[in-house]
Design a protein around this ligand. Sequence first.
Ligand SMILES: C[S@@+](CC[C@H](N)C(=O)[O-])C[C@H]1O[C@@H](n2cnc3c(N)ncnc32)[C@H](O)[C@@H]1O
Length: 286
Amino acid sequence: MTGGGEIGLYLAGRISAEVALARLLLAGASPDAIAETLASDETPRGRALLHVVRTRRESLQDLRAMFADVTHETLTAPSGAAVERIGRMFDRALQASPEASVAAYSLGDPAILADATDEIVAWLGAARLIGPVSDVLDLGCGIGRVAAALAGRVRSVRGLDVSRAMIDEARRRCMAANVTFAACSGTDLALVPSGAFDLVLAVDSFPYLMQAGSAVAERHVADAARILRPGGALVILNLSYGGDPAADIAHAVRWASAYDLAARVLGDVPFKLWDGRAFVLQQPDP
Ligand SMILES: C[S@@+](CC[C@H](N)C(=O)[O-])C[C@H]1O[C@@H](n2cnc3c(N)ncnc32)[C@H](O)[C@@H]1O
């Protein structure tokens, strides 16, 4: 098994057990192979990870099968076709495991996903990116877990997603009066009115915009700049899955300059459970 790297990062305390397992399963490692690698490790972190693998063995096997259908490769099809293909991939993933379909590191466990969601919402609050009069656009909202968690903290949330199955599931799960969901084209935000939002939030959805082509991602940044009110922010949690943090920062810096946004956060890793990298591009506040 080629999981020594992820296990090493976990043992060194650089990533959580959940992220290490998700990365290993996405790379095709079986739970038994992971357990075998850990069997001779006597450290407390090693024993703890082995315990998780043994107690969740069957669900991890199911996740490994589900992740075999997931691709993070850049697609060469025209952007519209690529976006549709990605939407269908998420339609299928949702049927296999709603929680894992939006966050592989949840390992399909609603309690882990809830902890990760709380971390995101707490960070948004501490960074003053949300408040009681904020109107939030949740771009690539998935099953609506972030929108639902924000409902009591902001004025309104509009969740958009290219996957219709995700939108149906989000509507089923979240009935807060100030939260609405709609399917979107996935190629741009042309139908969203200008100056209507204080926060455009993209939690782990930009990597799929990039997968459809960096022009698709850039089109969404341009639209976000138009949609945001003065002082409003585009928050991107994970910009790509390219594995090159410097390249992601270069993209964000270029976009900020092209659309007159201030690059306030560039690639920080603010969460304990999730390894998501944060980018905050802000509209000037006159
Ligand atoms: C990893 S999930 C994250 C979902 C949600 N933000 C969360 O964190 O729970 C990525 C989501 O982005 C959506 N997505 C992918 N490409 C998209 C696009 N071009 N436009 C809108 N949504 C997209 C997928 O359908 C999926 O629901």
